[in-house]
Ligand binder design. Structure first.
Ligand SMILES: Cc1ncc(COP(=O)(O)O)c(C=O)c1O
Length: 335
């Protein structure tokens, strides 16, 4: 599987991996956990995107790290804010999701990528790049990962098969310079001696005979159609209650919710109607309220997505007036 992965990474993502610079993991969560334990000492400072991925924060904290939030905007992580931080504090590592920032889905701009790599090289900062949904881009070719342009050996690159095969498969990987990978492996074997060789052989075959590449091409079309179906349905039944930009890739829409709507209560009501989504509180570093929601579109088919949008509209109309009404026009009255 390490051979198959390194071939795939070198040929499709420009990441110069070899079997000896790849470690197979049980999904990217294990990659984050083991890498954090191998890399970090108690008290080390790790900069994280905020909004961001709670699973990564937990892994870093359990390794003893102290997290420092860095804001994100329409170009991804604010490298200027990170640079200011690095001047003041001994930041050891930064965790980023440049391909589609999680949860906002923003693609990190080319300029920011170059600035981040150069900042990391200057300050010996480790970049933990989580490329969890690399395959899902709907507008031509995607930008290559940071790991593809890393000349200084700053990047530890992580990926997963959870999004292209199944999360229940628990299969992912880490790529890093060989001495770093050897150290990470020595931490993994403390709890997971061999990985799951049977599954790994089966996955390697799927890579080698081209089945995975064909599957990804089919999924890309399917997911693009699902994205478009959700967008059309939301526009039709929710009108101005949500605003969003069409994401060029990824598996979710990041929607701004009208200020008069309490998005967390709306999510609760929707769940009671069988539709699950998260408000932004889930991704906020301090767990604060923010008027945004992340709406996944890959799990349901197009009819189901249309039905989900209808149920979300019903849930919104059911909210107590205090949760969605301002003086004159309530969101529900606009549905
Ligand atoms: C930002 C991010 N990274 C990684 C993953 C994948 O985790 P895993 O590979 O452990 O299933 C997810 C899944 O939701 C995610 O949101």
């Amino acid at each position: 599987m390490r051979e198959a992965l390194s071939h795939m990474l070198a040929t499709t993502r420009g990441v110069p991996a070899t079997p000896s610079t790849v470690m197979v993991t049980r999904g990217s969560q294990q990659a984050l956990d083991v890498t954090a334990r191998a890399l970090l000492a108690p008290g080390d400072l790790v900069a994280v995107e905020a909004l961001g991925h709670r699973g990564a924060w937990t892994a870093f904290r359990l390794a003893g790290a102290q997290l420092v939030p860095v804001p994100v905007d329409g170009e991804g992580l604010s490298v200027a804010a990170l640079a200011a931080l690095v001047e003041r504090q001994p930041i050891r590592a930064v965790y980023v999701t440049p391909h589609h920032q999680f949860p906002t889905t923003t693609v990190m701009s080319q300029t920011r990528r170059a600035e981040l790599l150069s900042l990391a090289a200057r300050h010996r900062l480790v970049i933990l790049e989580d490329d969890y949904d690399h395959e899902f881009h709907y507008d031509g070719r995607p930008l290559l990962p940071l790991a593809a342009s890393d000349r200084a050996g700053s990047v530890i690159y992580m990926g997963t098969l959870s999004k292209i095969l199944a999360p229940g498969l628990r299969s992912g990987f880490v790529v890093a310079p060989e001495p770093t990978i050897e150290r990470i492996v020595s931490f993994r074997v403390a709890s997971d001696i061999q990985g799951d060789h049977v599954t790994e052989c089966a996955i390697a075959e799927l890579f080698e005979d081209g089945e995975l590449a064909r599957h990804v091409r089919r999924m890309r079309c399917t997911y693009m159609a699902r994205r478009d179906a959700l967008v059309a349905a939301l526009k039709r039944v929710l009108g101005e209650a949500v605003r969003f930009q069409l994401p060029a890739g990824g598996m979710a829409l990041w929607a701004g919710v009208a200020p008069e709507i309490d998005v967390e209560r709306w999510a609760e009501r929707s769940l009671a109607r069988g539709v699950a989504f998260y408000g932004a509180r889930m991704y906020d570093f301090e767990g604060r309220y923010q008027p945004f929601a992340r709406l996944g579109f890959t799990f349901l088919d197009e009819d189901e997505l249309r039905e989900a949008a209808r149920r979300m509209a019903t849930a919104l109309a059911e909210l107590p007036r205090a949760a969605h009404a301002r003086a004159d026009g309530s969101a529900a009255s606009r549905l």
